[in-house]
Design a protein around this ligand. Structure first.
Ligand SMILES: NC(=O)c1ccc[n+]([C@@H]2O[C@H](COP(=O)([O-])OP(=O)(O)OC[C@H]3O[C@@H](n4cnc5c(N)ncnc54)[C@H](OP(=O)(O)O)[C@@H]3O)[C@@H](O)[C@H]2O)c1
Length: 253
């Protein structure tokens, strides 16, 4: 229960990696704000799972990328925190548009992906700063697409910018002993990756991964919990690839 007495906001915590992060931080003792956009059922399930396991959580519904998104989020967050400060911010929510190739991308689609994946973490963080206690933690969730190439160009650009955001912010917040790091998942089984349900796709990923399988959300959540913990206090401004050894090189000699 290393996080007893601490509070956390995890964006996009109703499903996938965010849910695993929320469950793990709550299991470690934190009161967790389970942020989500639209899926009330999933958010309720996450909060219930945390409470059934003896943890504390409350839902925060705020669709990111729309007018007033940060205001909506912080109204509910501050109500749920009820006068307490914030110790941990995990900027996890993001979207991928599988039509976002260089040939097909439109200005509207560009704006939408950037608004959720980049503008929201920037302004959520800005709004969180007065609430964040000195010695706090910020973890941004990026992606391996910052170093391997895939056609979804705007998604990759948004994550590349997030890595840069981490470094700049780490420098700025150092005097307050707030660490800022990026966790960069590899290919992880969530709703974002429905294609992994096909056995041949999963086998293809396993073949290019040193540890021989794709990731599960708690593979990522456990690492984020490290950055959020006291053990992570001397690490800031870093990007950690958490991917089971994706594309380390050929598996056969
Ligand atoms: N899965 C992977 O293989 C993989 C790989 C690399 C990086 N990542 C990164 O890991 C993070 C989590 O991905 P995931 O695969 O867990 O995603 P996911 O399963 O699709 O879950 C997305 C979460 O974000 C929320 N969300 C999405 N759009 C939102 C919006 N406009 N406003 C508010 N909330 C919104 C969703 O809320 P609702 O439930 O309300 O829709 C949900 O909680 C993302 O940053 C992603 O880029 C994932």
């Amino acid at each position: 229960m290393a996080l007893t007495g601490k509070t956390a906001l995890v964006t996009g915590a109703s499903r996938g990696i965010g849910r695993a992060v929320a469950e793990r931080l709550a299991a470690d003792g934190a009161l967790v704000a389970v942020h989500y956009g639209r899926n009330d059922t999933a958010a309720k399930e996450t909060v219930a799972a945390i409470e059934n396991a003896g943890g504390q959580a409350f839902p925060v519904r705020a669709e990111l990328g729309v007018e007033g998104d940060v205001d909506t989020l912080f109204e509910q967050l501050t109500a749920g925190l009820d006068g307490r400060g914030l110790d941990i911010l995990v900027n996890n929510a993001a979207v991928i548009d599988y039509g976002d190739s260089i040939e097909a991308i439109t200005p509207e689609a560009y704006e939408q992906v950037m608004a959720v994946n980049l503008r929201a973490p920037l302004f959520v963080t800005q709004r969180a700063l007065p609430l964040l206690r000195d010695g706090g933690r910020i973890v941004n969730v990026s992606s391996g697409v910052t170093w391997f190439a895939q056609p979804e160009i705007v998604y990759a650009m948004s994550k590349g910018a997030l890595n840069v955001f981490t470094r700049s912010l780490a420098r700025t917040l150092g005097p307050r002993q707030i660490t800022v790091n990026t966790v960069s998942p590899g290919i992880t089984e969530t709703d974002m990756n429905g294609w992994l349900q096909q056995p041949e796709s999963a086998a293809g990923v396993a073949a290019i991964t040193a540890l021989g399988r794709h990731g599960q959300p708690d593979d990522i959540g456990d690492v984020i919990a490290f950055f959020a913990s006291d053990e992570g206090r001397w690490v800031t401004g870093q990007v950690l690839e958490v991917n089971g050894g994706l594309w380390l090189g050929p598996n056969s000699r």
